[in-house]
Design a protein around this ligand. Structure first.
Ligand SMILES: NC(=O)c1ccc[n+]([C@@H]2O[C@H](COP(=O)([O-])OP(=O)(O)OC[C@H]3O[C@@H](n4cnc5c(N)ncnc54)[C@H](OP(=O)(O)O)[C@@H]3O)[C@@H](O)[C@H]2O)c1
Length: 329
């Protein structure tokens, strides 16, 4: 008998990469539950259960007994509760994709490492049903509380940082790759000194496969996949893959705000996510940030550098850099 895996989502970014990996595992039978809106033609060989989890459609998952449920699409505590109400005790593991936005960055002291015990945000009943992104982290925290109350369920919570990799619909990381490749002078937040810890989608998939297949203890795990690195260093690695070298021009947060410019992945201070818990528990080694950055540059080169959906245009960047130069002269 094959083990049954239900993926809630599975057709956009990390979910899609995980499904790609799991289709190679002949010991598992895969099922996807989603609305059939995002890349509906992917994975024709996989059974699809079509429905909106925010409605009674979620009751469709009751028809089967699942061994594993991997939840990429839960943003509201009430609908997560409805989802787990459909499950039986046959579920061996419920793997929930949360976020580092559950941490209360208001209390963050520069340079501090964010471990799983770091202070969390809270969520009021009004915020729990708010449909804006403003309450994203709060609702995800409330979802984690729902899972904590379901003590019969063996739950693994994964908290990724900003994720980069193939099929990223946000273009946040791609923005920087493209600017480095296509422009010789790049506008950066502050002086590029702030440190980042991001999550590489391929490594996150390896964590999820480990969580499914191996004996990972229940609990919450940060999922940053490299050691903290400065913004400048990330851009320098991108630049090393290009023939020409770029100059970086820093603009402080206040001026960026005055100019009404929001640069992607523009962290206000260091973002140091401590992921030693998952590393220790899984024994996994992740790719070096340098290698994955260079792999992504090669990937976008092969994709022929498509238009970027976020950030500022090349012309707007040029105009802002001119202002910096005028001020300095
Ligand atoms: N991207 C990041 O940087 C980042 C960082 C931290 C955490 N996360 C977390 O990562 C998760 C998303 O990851 P992903 O994009 O890699 O997942 P994914 O599984 O590849 O894509 C999202 C899936 O959810 C389905 N979906 C969305 N709304 C639905 C609904 N109401 N009912 C049923 N299905 C629905 C979509 O299909 P349909 O549209 O066809 O329904 C799609 O298959 C989220 O939980 C997010 O909080 C992301």
């Amino acid at each position: 008998m094959k083990e049954k895996i239900l993926i809630l989502g599975g057709t956009e970014f990390v979910g899609r990469l995980l499904v790609e990996a799991l289709t190679k595992d002949k010991t598992k039978e895969l099922f996807l539950f989603n609305r059939g809106r995002t890349n509906p033609n992917l994975f024709p060989e996989v059974t699809k259960i079509i429905g909106d989890r925010e409605t009674d459609d979620i009751k469709k998952i009751k028809a089967q007994h699942w061994d594993y449920v991997i939840d990429f699409s839960s943003y509201y505590p009430a609908s997560l509760q409805r989802t787990i109400d459909q499950l039986t005790k046959t579920v061996k593991k419920y793997i929930y994709i949360s976020t580092i936005s559950v941490y209360d960055f208001g209390t963050y002291i520069r340079g501090e490492k964010i471990t799983e015990d770091f202070a969390k945000v809270t969520c009021t009943p009004e915020e729990a049903i708010d449909t804006t992104m403003r309450t994203y982290g709060k609702k995800k925290m409330a979802c984690e509380h729902v899972l904590a109350k379901a003590d019969w369920l063996n739950t693994i919570i994964i908290r990724p940082s900003i994720i980069y990799g193939k099929h990223d619909p946000t273009d946040r990381f791609y923005y920087w790759c493209r600017k480095i490749k296509k422009t010789n002078e790049v506008l950066i937040p502050n002086q590029g000194e702030n440190k980042l810890t991001l999550t590489y989608a391929d490594d996150m998939v390896r964590i999820l496969l480990h969580a499914i297949n191996e004996n990972l203890p229940a609990g919450a795990y940060n999922c940053g996949t490299h050691l903290p690195v400065s913004f400048n260093q990330m851009l320098t690695w991108m630049n090393e893959t290009c023939e020409e070298s770029c100059a970086f021009f820093g603009m402080d947060q206040q001026t960026l705000k005055q100019e009404k410019v929001a640069l992607p992945i523009s962290v206000l201070c260091d973002l140091i996510i401590d992921s030693s818990k998952i590393k220790l528990a899984s024994g996994l080694q992740f790719q070096s940030f340098e290698n994955s950055v260079k792999t992504m540059m090669a990937y976008f080169e092969a994709e022929n550098w498509p238009t970027c959906k976020v950030g500022i245009s090349d012309q707007a960047q040029k105009d802002l850099i001119s202002k910096i130069k005028t001020k300095a002269s």
